[in-house]
Design a binder for this molecule. Structure first.
Ligand code: FES
Length: 118
């Protein structure tokens, strides 16, 4: 039986900035925006820069290397598959950000550069 994977204490996530978290073989950029928490791969699909160091404006993170923007609320953009970043399902339990147990393997959930879809 799989169990959620603890990533980081919510209190250790600064509001409006990213934090790099490496767990269970994943290198994640985790963001706290108000009551919402997001986790994406911490590697820009353009040239691999760390997205956890990107500037956050609302739910949009800008890659610090060359400026691609990824909306954390957006899922897969089929028209730009090479610019997708995997998004992971997380929730907060007792003040700990938890990664869903089935998130260890790739799936179709991702965010795309500069695009907003539902
Ligand atoms: S590494 Fe070039 S835009 Fe992110």
């Amino acid at each position: 039986m799989s169990t959620p994977i603890p990533l980081i204490e919510l209190s250790a996530l600064p509001e409006g900035r990213g934090r790099r978290v490496c767990k269970v073989g994943l290198d994640l950029a985790v963001f706290r925006i108000g009551d919402a928490v997001y986790a994406i791969d911490d590697s820009c699909p353009h040239a691999g820069a760390s997205l956890s160091n990107g500037k956050l404006q609302g739910t949009r993170v800008t890659c610090p290397a060359h400026g691609l923007k990824f909306d954390l609320d957006v899922v897969c953009q089929p028209s730009a598959p090479t610019l997708e970043v995997k998004k992971y399902a997380v929730n907060v339990v007792d003040g700990i950000v938890m990664l869903a147990p089935d998130e260890r393997s790739p799936n179709d959930s991702s965010v795309s550069a500069g695009k907003k879809t539902s």
